[in-house]
Design a protein around this ligand. Structure first.
Ligand SMILES: CC(C)(COP(=O)(O)OP(=O)(O)OC[C@H]1O[C@@H](n2cnc3c(N)ncnc32)[C@H](O)[C@@H]1OP(=O)(O)O)[C@@H](O)C(=O)NCCC(=O)NCCS
Length: 215
C-alpha cells in the first residue's frame, strides 16, 4: 500500500469510495462500521488538492482504498457546523495555548475500504496526513459523531486523540478532539492494544443545507 497526496487523476477513485460509504448510498449491513455524511463534489475535492494540499490517500496501484481529508478552517467555513466550531476555538486551551484559526486545522472525514480495515491502514494514513499538515499547523482538531463508535475507538483508543469537549449541532451529539501534530503515531503502542468497544445503534439526523461529516 502506498500513502500519498492526491492528484486530479485520483478524483474518480475518491468519488467511488465516497459513494460506497456515504450515508445515502452505503449498504445497510456496512452502516454499523461507520459512514461519511459530507458529500464532496469533484470541485470541492479539486480545491482540497490544489489550494490545501489536504487530500491524503492509501492506494494500491491506481486504486484508491482510503482517504483522509485535512484543511484550513477557511476551507471548512462553508459548512455551518464548522462555523460553530470556529467560533468556539478560542475557548479551547491545549498545551498552554488557545486554539486559533491559524494554529489549528480540521482533519476528517477519513474513509477506508471495508476490506482494508483493521489492517494498519488507519495508522499509516493518519500518520501521512499528520506529517503533511504538521509544518503548517501545531494542532489538529476534529470531531466524531457519538453514534460512530468504531471511529471513536480508532481515533481515541488507537491513535490517541484527546477529547476536549462534547457539543451538539442540529440535534446530533459530537465529541471534539485534538492532536499534537508534532507527535508521530506511536505504532508500537497501537500494535500492543486490544480496544474494547461498546455496541451502539446507528442512525443519522438530517441537517438543513450542507451536511456535516461524522468525524
Ligand atoms: C473509521 C475508520 C477510518 C477506522 O479505520 P479501521 O481500519 O476500521 O480502524 P481499526 O479497525 O484499526 O480500529 C478500529 C477499532 O474499533 C473497534 N471496532 C471495530 N468494530 C467496531 C464497531 N462496530 N463499533 C465500535 N468499535 C468497533 C475495534 O476495537 C478496532 O480496534 P482493534 O483493531 O483493536 O480491534 C474506518 O472504520 C472507516 O473508514 N469507516 C467508515 C467511514 C467512517 O466512519 N469514517 C469516520 C467518520 S468520518
Amino acid at each position: 500500500m502506498d500513502y500519498r497526496l492526491a492528484t486530479a487523476g485520483d478524483l474518480a477513485g475518491v468519488l467511488a469510495l465516497q459513494s460506497k460509504y456515504h450515508v445515502t448510498t452505503i449498504r445497510e449491513a456496512d452502516k454499523k462500521d461507520g459512514f461519511v455524511t459530507t458529500l464532496f463534489s469533484a470541485e470541492l475535492l479539486s480545491e482540497l488538492i490544489d489550494r490545501e494540499q489536504g487530500l491524503f490517500l492509501a492506494v494500491e496501484g491506481s486504486v484508491v482504498l482510503g482517504y483522509a481529508m485535512a484543511a484550513s478552517w477557511q476551507y471548512w467555513s462553508r459548512w455551518p457546523l464548522f462555523q460553530q466550531m470556529m467560533a468556539d476555538l478560542p475557548n479551547i486551551r491545549v498545551r498552554g495555548e488557545s486554539l486559533t484559526l491559524e494554529n489549528s486545522y480540521q482533519y476528517g472525514p477519513i474513509c477506508i475500504d471495508g476490506t482494508w480495515r483493521g489492517k494498519g491502514v488507519l495508522e499509516s494514513l493518519f500518520e501521512r496526513a499528520r506529517a503533511g499538515m504538521a509544518g503548517r499547523y501545531r494542532h489538529l482538531v476534529t470531531f466524531i459523531n457519538q453514534i460512530n463508535p468504531r471511529s471513536y475507538a480508532a481515533h481515541v483508543g488507537k491513535l490517541g486523540l484527546e477529547v476536549v469537549k462534547t457539543f451538539t449541532f442540529n440535534g446530533n451529539n459530537y465529541h471534539e478532539l485534538v492532536y499534537d501534530t508534532t507527535r508521530p503515531v506511536d505504532r508500537a503502542r497501537v500494535a500492543s492494544l486490544t480496544v474494547a468497544f461498546p455496541t451502539n445503534e446507528v442512525g443519522v439526523a438530517e441537517e438543513g443545507g450542507l451536511r456535516a461529516a461524522p468525524c
